[in-house]
Design a protein around this ligand. Sequence first.
Ligand code: ADP
Ligand code: CIR
Length: 344
Amino acid sequence: MDNSFPVFESDCHSLLRRHLTRDIFDTLRDCITGSGYTFLQAIQSGIVNQDSSIGVYAGDAESYQLFSELFTPIIADYHGFSTADTHLSHLDPSALKVQNPDPENRYILSTRIRVGRNIDGMPLGPAVSRYQRRVIEEQVVAAVSNLTGKLSGTYFPLSGMDEETQHRLIEDHFLFKEGDRFLDAAGLNRDWPDGRGIFHNTDKTFLLWVNEEDQLRIISMQPGGDIKTVFSRLMTAVSEIEKSIPFLYDQRLGYLTSCPTNLGTAMRASVHIRLPKLAVKRTEMKQITDTYHLQIRGIHGEHSEDESGIYDISNGRRLGVTEVECVQDMYDGVVALIKREEEL
Ligand code: ADP
Ligand code: CIR
């Protein structure tokens, strides 16, 4: 790995580029955490992928402390979260003020809410060893095998899964894609597909990804716009799993994740929504999504393009807001989008 100050292309607009001064680089260049994760590894993804929006990954809880001269301004910039702020968690679905924003199923195709979780005492994915990854997989599989009723299901390891099944699960939005270049450069795809897998219940409304970007991605989803049911199911699943797995949580930064964009709640609450009239008025659509702190993605996951007027609309705020507020943001924004779509 090159030890000199990275070269950034003129069209690189990442937060890494914005906040990495020569002084910070010189101070942190030789720093290495207890799990053996180096500063150069932490910034590698943003150097290899000059189109990164952020460009850094943490290898463990310690990365957030040891590399804080770079991570803290990036977190402040991305989340608007200063060193004086503290994250608070609120996981109670009864606090949510939502109804189905689209009871006749005219706009919303599906609703999905996920949280990222990592295991206390383990390095994060970029620094985990092959052995540790397998231990994590075993721990998670043991935890989900205790689930009963509608949450009970089956674990499918990625190793040995036939290509057809894998492809179908990805196309149907249930499984993560393979070979993401941002994750790849961060070391998150090492030993692929060893230790990775997906658990889901029979009707695929509760799913769990193992050892992808985070050790656990806990997911609740279903067709239509019944946001409260999706959130309630997720919260039940999370508290059940937490009975046997201690999650990595920081008093100030909330749930710790490998990518700083997911800190805090580590939650992304989204709908896939068809908005054909607003689709041709993108500026207006953007004004609404900005007002409600929402992010627009394509429907095949992050970095995918939008498709025929169908969008993935989700909360943009994750740190310094509670889980209930994340979902409330998404709900309020979706109500506003549907209202405008109907006016047009
Ligand atoms: P994540 O949400 O886990 O950060 P992605 O944006 O890559 O990551 O999405 C993962 C998968 O979840 C993709 O296949 C995406 O299409 C699917 N997905 C996201 N939101 C929804 C939704 N509301 N309904 C159905 N599938 C969804
Ligand atoms: C980037 O910097 O653009 C990528 N590392 C992705 C950042 C946000 N996405 C994510 O964590 N899933």
